[in-house]
Ligand binder design. Structure first.
Ligand SMILES: Cc1cc2nc3c(=O)[nH]c(=O)nc-3n(C[C@H](O)[C@H](O)[C@H](O)COP(=O)(O)OP(=O)(O)OC[C@H]3O[C@@H](n4cnc5c(N)ncnc54)[C@H](O)[C@@H]3O)c2cc1C
Ligand SMILES: *[C@@H]1O[C@H](CO)[C@@H](O)[C@H](O)[C@H]1NC(C)=O
Ligand SMILES: *[C@@H]1O[C@H](CO)[C@@H](O)[C@H](O)[C@H]1NC(C)=O
Ligand SMILES: *[C@@H]1O[C@H](CO)[C@@H](O)[C@H](O)[C@H]1NC(C)=O
Length: 665
């Protein structure tokens, strides 16, 4: 999770703004542009090709040519960003016309994990893979990552809601947690905040204690190196990986804000973290590794798939293909293929010689297993689905969650222009920089456990971004808060700028569950998230609130008169403001999901009855079937989940190829 400082509101305005840019920039910068135009014969631009040319000024033509060249340059940059050939070709037409071949592997889902596994397996030209993806190529708002929150409610998202949980999300519309996930090449990683972290060593030590002794921190670190090219430390790291990482671009205008937060955290004794790529640990930093290159999202779909798929005859991808069922041999012992619905109307089957790999994400992977008869009996019996294997599919659902806190500035702090300013748009399309290419996230990891002095943090504080005075209410749109909460925030802010901080539990204790609502594969699942239902989680969130209050008491924050904003919430306002009871009530309303669901096809030792997959990610009790994605995590890692999911897929590709070699040898 991460949020652009300013807004998610620019969904409709890009084109309108482009027109504005033409007028504004041409006036300001016509001298620079003159160099673009060669010699003394300016390109001919007719009045009707030039938007905005109906203005009243008289002209002989060269001014129009300048403005036209700017429009051309911006349009060319935009077209370059939406080039279809940066994505793999779609095999759908050929499949419809000529039918499907037999494959070694069919992979369901071209999200973070599915893209990586498909790419790695097909490095071996003997392995033939079919990759099925329910969505299509990502739109331009995915490329311009600062606009990606506008995808949360679009056709590029799975738009599920959790069932009502009295312990959280009461301040969201309908009082239910909204649960968007990416439905396009790259999956959720195509609409994420691009933070790319590995986690903490102790996360993987915990996995080992839970019986996953074939997964070690040392191996995870090696795979992180294999997966990425950390261009920010050019000399020190071997540039081998597919995924290019950079620190988020920081704008000079935000230096004061960065200093403010780092000063406050250092007053509280927190150290600066010089390199998060080495793992998350206690401290604060603004140097956040992100999968971004030249201001554009570097998703695994682009790097692992887009760059190679067109050169690999052994890799075929079908877009708009919703897997509806895993097919089994007549004795139900072995997965033999996948049934899928193409473009909502064609029912097709793809058969495998070797295995079906399910990489549909932490909600849709368990959903597909359940639809295919793998899961707890009670859910299957009620829906009339014959049970093939009795496994705790859909259990162990958890997520970091996040609790927003807002602080108001008494003394204003400098912020940059908004992403929607014409100058910002021009900076982005002409120079890949500026507010649309930048993020002003600053993050902290803190350990609030009084009885442990360890470097293993229990809370993650993200964002520390500014909502400038006078910002419109759309800023909070991506949070899907009820209108009365947003109105209350505006009133309480009283036209002062706000500092927003989001606190997440790194080791949530609460566990939820997903189930099938219906046997219809197109129906929404039932999600019981149970977030914040454990007392321990509520108390950790309370310690987060108290930590932020200690930040307010630092010299740095007092200097700007930063104070916790009292968000009006009727039920909570019946309690004494700032009491523990008050904040626990606040948690009920504003603690929401962090879009990091994991754990629903839990990995474990062979003896572990809570496990759905073994350590080689094979679904227990059947042959030829694995789950490879965020759902296999036995416990969530200490940091955003895209990095660990990428590494899980890297490791999966290795073990799958090992097993395949053994079989064909
Ligand atoms: C809004 C948002 C912001 C986030 N921000 C960050 C961040 O900044 N940093 C970070 O580390 N993590 C972030 N995450 C989390 C991260 O993106 C996920 O943990 C990660 O993408 C999970 O990868 P996955 O492969 O398990 O699933 P996904 O990436 O979700 O991939 C699943 C894929 O399977 C496809 N699919 C599903 N069902 C079917 C089916 N039946 N048939 C065919 N295809 C199917 C989906 O369309 C999707 O493409 C964010 C997530 C969201 C939603
Ligand atoms: C941060 O601390 C430094 C050193 O004390 C000080 O010069 C600077 O003004 C502070 N900046 C902010 C924004 O608090
Ligand atoms: C705090 O740390 C101690 C010692 O490591 C541990 O036993 C305890 O469970 C922790 N408490 C919480 C609330 O995490
Ligand atoms: C709110 O603050 C902004 C920036 O300080 C200012 O430009 C604007 O006029 C103010 N609006 C109101 C309604 O006071």
């Amino acid at each position: 999770m991460i949020f652009s400082a300013t807004f998610s509101q620019c969904r409709l305005c890009i084109l309108a703004v482009l027109l504005l840019v033409i007028v504004v920039i041409a006036v300001v910068a016509s001298t620079t542009l003159a160099s673009v135009i060669s010699g003394d014969s300016p390109p001919t631009v007719t009045n009707d090709t030039l938007p905005g040319s109906s203005c009243a000024s008289s002209a002989v033509g060269s001014a129009e040519a300048l403005v036209g060249s700017l429009f051309t340059a911006i349009n060319a940059a935009k077209c370059e960003m939406t080039r279809a050939d940066q994505w793999p070709a779609d095999f759908a037409e050929e499949a419809l016309n000529n039918g499907l071949r037999e494959y070694d592997f069919v992979i369901v889902g071209a999200g973070t994990a599915g893209s990586v596994v498909a790419s790695r397996l097909t490095e071996n030209p003997r392995i033939r893979v079919l990759l099925l993806e329910a969505g299509d190529d990502p739109p331009i708002e995915s490329e311009i990552f600062t606009l990606s929150s506008s995808l949360h409610r679009s056709s590029y998202a799975w738009t599920d809601y959790a069932e009502t949980n009295p312990n959280c999300c009461q301040g969201m519309r309908m009082g239910r947690c909204y649960w968007p996930r990416g439905k396009m090449l790259g999956g959720s990683g195509s609409m994420s905040g691009n933070i790319f972290l590995l986690g903490n060593q102790q996360d993987f030590d915990r996995w080992r204690q839970l019986g996953c002794d074939q997964w070690s921190w040392e191996e995870m670190q090696l795979l992180y190196e294999k997966a990425t090219t950390a261009s920010m430390h050019a000399a020190s790291v071997k540039p081998v990986g597919e995924l290019v990482l950079n620190y988020f671009e920081h704008l000079a205008e935000h230096n004061d804000l960065t200093r403010l937060v780092l000063n406050a955290s250092s007053e509280l004794g927190l150290r600066y973290i010089p390199d998060l790529a080495e793992g998350t640990r206690v401290g604060y930093t603004e140097a956040i590794p992100a999968n971004i290159k030249s201001g554009r999202r570097m998703s695994v779909a682009k790097s692992y798939l887009g760059e190679v798929a067109r050169t690999r005859p052994n890799l075929q991808i079908i877009k708009n293909a919703l897997a509806t069922k895993i097919l089994f041999s007549s004795d139900n012992s072995r997965a033999v293929g996948v049934e899928f619905l193409l473009r909502g109307r064609h029912q097709l089957k793809a058969l495998v010689r070797s295995e079906v790999l399910v990489a549909a994400g932490a909600i849709n992977s368990p959903k597909l297993l359940l639809q295919s008869g793998i899961g707890p009996g009670e859910n299957l019996i009620e829906l009339g689905i014959p049970q093939l294997a009795d496994l705790p599919v859909g259990h162990n659902l958890h997520d970091h969650g996040m609790l927003p806190l807002l602080l108001s500035f008494e003394r204003e702090i400098a912020v940059s222009q908004s992403v929607g300013d014409p100058q910002s748009v021009a900076d982005y399309f002409l120079r890949q920089s500026g507010p649309l290419a930048a993020s002003i996230s600053i993050m902290g990891f803190i350990n609030t456990n009084a009885s442990s002095s360890s470097q293993f943090p229990d809370l993650h504080l993200v964002s520390h971004t500014i909502v400038p005075a006078g910002t419109d209410r759309n800023t909070f749109e991506f949070l899907q808060l009820r209108d009365e909460i947003v109105d209350g925030i505006s009133r309480a802010a009283n036209n002062r700028s706000l500092l927003q901080i989001y606190g997440s539990l790194l080791r949530p204790q609460s566990r939820g569950r997903m189930r099938l609502r219906s046997a219809d594969p197109q129906a929404h699942p039932l999600i019981y998230n149970n977030y914040a239902s454990e007392r321990a989680d509520q108390l950790t969130l309370l310690r987060y609130v108290r930590f932020v209050q200690r930040m307010c008491a630092t010299r740095a924050f007092r200097n700007y008169g930063l104070q916790m904003l009292h968000v009006p919430i009727e039920e909570c306002d019946k309690l004494a403001y700032d009491s523990d009871a008050y904040w626990l009530c606040y948690v009920k309303y504003l603690y929401i999901g962090a879009w990091h669901p994991v754990g629903t096809c839990r990995m474990g030792a062979d003896t572990d009855s809570n496990a759905v997959v073994d350590q080689r990610l094979r679904v227990r009790g059947v042959n030829g079937l694995r789950v490879v994605d965020a759902s296999i995590m036995p416990e969530i890692t200490s940091g955003n989940t895209n990095g660990p999911t990428t590494i899980i897929a890297e490791k999966a590709a290795i073990v799958i190829e090992e097993d395949w070699n053994e079989k064909v040898a």
